[in-house]
Design a protein around this ligand. Structure first.
Ligand code: NZQ
Ligand code: ZN
Length: 392
């Protein structure tokens, strides 16, 4: 087992009606003025936004609001938020929404607390030295941003989707009421479940030694998400299934399932970021569309783990050889994605990139040939292009 640090400082307030505790939670933070940050119209439509604002008013907390965050959140909205916060001397950002709103809140937090251009942190030119404190009311189980150290922003200039990872942005508290996710369209629910799964799968497929404890936690998490994603397809108001998936979403991306590993692969995430940047697809669906092509391209390098995944996570009967078992596991995973109406190819994702567009994505993904992605097999620009082509 590799040495590791596990840092998960977020206070989780989980369960029915927990948003009622919001006022007290904010008060605990000792802040003066809050930015309430939200997305399109789901939080307004459900009445959640009103309830959030009322609970701030009950605590005599001053606040300003900024909505309009879109999936694959944009840098221009982040800049608008930074200006608004500076103008109003905001010292706390409350994100009401999913990964996109939380990531936008984190970026605003960086932009207000540091001098200079916030994009520098995403372009990896500079490292942030501070971040405004962030709180979350989560409305979708997916990105895991409520407990992760990550924020992913899309810069409209060049449509670059880039992440910034730093412990400074770890959320102070996350209110997680599974009932708030009942209103999600099925596609978003299942895309979210896919992302939750993939955050552990990315860590599970690695080049580290055996890790009994971490593998056991990971396998249980993946089996739980697979089971409950199927339930939610036909029973979206099943509280237990919503709750299992929501809690899995946080545990899947707070570092727990990576403890003792080499950090994991993450090539599918890097390849999806290019799809999201260029075609604005839902993140989880984009991951499902490339996963099997990636798996077939790299599995030779870590047959034992693909075999273990097939048997312990997907319940595949072991075949005569590890290769056969691994191949059956990849097929079983594709069948699962289809069963929850997730795509297993770019065509099923609803996009038809040209040869030039695939080359451009491969170029951007490999930073103009300056880096490889993944650890199971280190993938260069050419490998990434092959996987996009195979995923067509
Ligand atoms: O904008 P509204 O109207 O709120 O609609 C949203 C949005 O259209 C809707 N929605 C959210 N909660 C809802 C709801 N609709 C009805 N009822 C509700 N309760 O769902 C849509 C998707 O929301 P979004 O926040 O984009 O989803 P998600 O949580 O999947 O976040 C995706 C973003 O997170 C990034 C992704 O790349 C993508 O940009 N990621 C962030 C990570 C992190 N910070 O740690 C890690 C991930 O790997 C990922 O890259
Ligand atoms: Zn993800």
């Amino acid at each position: 087992m590799n040495n590791f640090q596990y840092y998960a400082p977020t206070k989780v307030v989980f369960g029915k009606d927990t948003e009622k505790e919001l006022g007290a939670l904010i008060k605990e933070q000792g802040c003066r003025k809050v930015l309430v940050h939200y997305g399109g119209n789901s939080a307004q439509k459900s009445g959640l936004l009103d309830r959030v604002c009322r609970s701030l008013e009950q605590e005599n907390m001053e606040y300003v609001t900024l909505g309009g965050v879109v999936p694959n959140p944009r840098l221009s909205k982040v800049r608008e938020g930074i200006a608004l916060c500076k103008e109003n001397q905001v010292d706390f950002v409350l994100a009401v929404g999913g990964g996109s709103v939380i990531d936008s809140a984190k970026a605003i937090g960086y932009g207000v607390a540091n001098e200079g251009d916030v994009w520098d942190f995403y372009a990896k030119v500079r490292v942030p030295q501070a971040c405004l404190p962030i709180g979350v009311v989560l409305t979708i189980a997916a990105a895991g941003s409520e407990m992760s150290d990550s924020s992913v922003i899309t810069n409209e200039a060049g449509w670059l989707k880039r992440g910034c990872n730093n412990n400074l942005c770890r959320v102070k508290f996350a209110v997680m009421n599974p009932e708030l996710t009942y209103t999600l369209p099925a596609y978003q629910t299942e895309s979210g479940c896919t992302d939750v799964l993939m955050h552990t799968m990315e860590r599970y497929f690695n080049q580290a030694d055996n890790m009994e404890m971490t593998d056991g936690i990971s396998e249980a998490l993946m089996r739980t998400v697979i089971k409950n994603a199927k339930i939610l397809l036909t029973d979206p108001e099943n509280y237990e299934a919503r709750a299992e998936v929501m809690w899995a979403g946080s545990l899947s991306h707070n570092g727990l399932t990576g403890c003792g590993t080499d950090g994991g692969d993450w090539a599918c995430h890097q390849m999806e970021h290019e799809l999201g940047g260029m075609f604005d697809v839902a993140h989880g669906a984009g991951l499902a569309a490339v996963w099997a092509s990636w798996a077939r391209y790299v599995c030779q390098e870590r047959m034992d783990r693909f075999e273990k995944f097939a048997v312990n996570v997907l319940g595949v009967e072991p075949a005569e050889t590890a290769e056969k078992t691994a191949a059956r596991g990849i097929e079983a995973m594709e069948a699962f994605y289809r069963s929850i109406q997730m795509p297993t190819s770019l065509t099923e994702l609803g996009i038809d990139p040209t040869e030039e567009q695939m080359q451009e994505m491969a170029r951007k993904c490999s930073w103009d040939g300056g880096r490889t992605v993944g650890v199971v097999k280190k993938l260069d620009q050419g490998d990434v292009l092959e996987i996009y082509k195979a995923a067509r």
